[in-house]
Ligand binder design. Structure first.
Ligand SMILES: *[C@@H]1O[C@H](CO)[C@@H](O)[C@H](O)[C@H]1NC(C)=O
Ligand SMILES: *[C@@H]1O[C@H](CO)[C@@H](O)[C@H](O)[C@H]1NC(C)=O
Ligand SMILES: *[C@@H]1O[C@H](CO)[C@@H](O)[C@H](O)[C@H]1NC(C)=O
Ligand SMILES: *[C@@H]1O[C@H](CO)[C@@H](O)[C@H](O)[C@H]1NC(C)=O
Length: 240
């Protein structure tokens, strides 16, 4: 891969390969496998994936987060997240065997969120990040991939300089790790201009793997047919 993006958000910068991390890293956090791409020599202007999250653990000792994140390492982190909390997920109307999903943004302001919805483990969730025509506003659109029902949305002027994208399985405060495999299907990243070497930046960590990396439009559009993150296996250095 190319040089890792330097992360402004806390201390993992030196240790980790590129990953658009959530801002609140703590010593007791651990990580499942991940797949990431970046930085591009261009910028990302559109990103879409469909996650099949699998059923969460029957109870949660900490906080468990699944997300595809996008950032440039110093600016805002666009990060729709599937969440499970130790206090349960009734805050979004979920039952104990469901996730909550919401569009979230992390930055110098802290965290901003869209409204959350309940998601079942076998429900495919389409997560789309769109740079609007003003070339400044990023809209997160979260929908049920099969029915098109909107689950969450959030828009914010985070700027046109997004350069990296990656998955995260984040296990905070001694969480109970995932008990189901996670899949991300048909991930498509559209760049503002061609970057024929963007595919060379792909990195996997831990037990994660991918299938079907391809580009089109001269290197401006990049697709990954499937990203596979096996259940469990979170570790303090899971991304290394
Ligand atoms: C959340 O839902 C409330 C009530 O429907 C709505 O007024 C608000 O705009 C929504 N917030 C976002 C960020 O979508
Ligand atoms: C968006 O902003 C970037 C960075 O300033 C610039 O390179 C690009 O040409 C702009 N795109 C459009 C469509 O205005
Ligand atoms: C990241 O994006 C922010 C906001 O658009 C911008 O101010 C910053 O210069 C960008 N950083 C890099 C390394 O491109
Ligand atoms: C992924 O794309 C393939 C080919 O277009 C399609 O058959 C499949 O249904 C898509 N899967 C998802 C989960 O969107």
């Amino acid at each position: 891969m190319r040089a890792a993006i330097a992360l402004a958000i806390p201390t993992l910068a030196a240790a980790l390969p590129y990953n658009p991390l959530r801002s609140l890293f703590k010593r007791e956090d651990s990580w499942g496998g991940a797949v990431s791409l970046g930085p591009t020599t261009s910028t990302i202007k559109h990103a879409v994936t469909t996650i099949l999250p699998g059923t969460p653990p029957s109870s949660q000792a900490g906080e468990l987060f699944l997300w595809p994140g996008m950032s440039n390492g110093t600016g805002d982190l666009v990060q729709t997240t599937l969440e499970q909390w130790s206090s349960g997920n009734s805050w979004c109307g979920a039952s104990s065997d469901q996730w909550c999903v919401r569009a979230s943004l992390f930055g110098s302001f802290g965290q901003k969120d869209g409204n959350a919805s309940a998601v079942s483990g076998d429900q495919k969730v389409k997560i789309e990040y769109v740079l609007e025509d003003d070339n400044d506003t990023w809209t997160q659109l979260v929908t049920d991939a099969d029915t098109g029902e909107q689950l969450s949305t959030f828009s914010y002027k985070s700027g046109p300089y997004m350069t990296g994208y990656g998955t995260g399985t984040e296990c905070d405060d001694s969480c109970t790790p995932t008990v189901s495999d996670q899949y991300y299907y048909n991930t498509t990243l559209t760049l503002a201009s061609a970057d024929t070497a963007f595919g060379d930046t792909i990195a996997t960590s831990g037990t994660a793997s991918y299938k079907g990396l391809a580009s089109s439009e001269g290197g401006a559009v990049w697709t990954i047919d499937e990203i596979y993150i096996p259940a469990g296996k979170a570790s303090k250095r899971g991304l290394l």
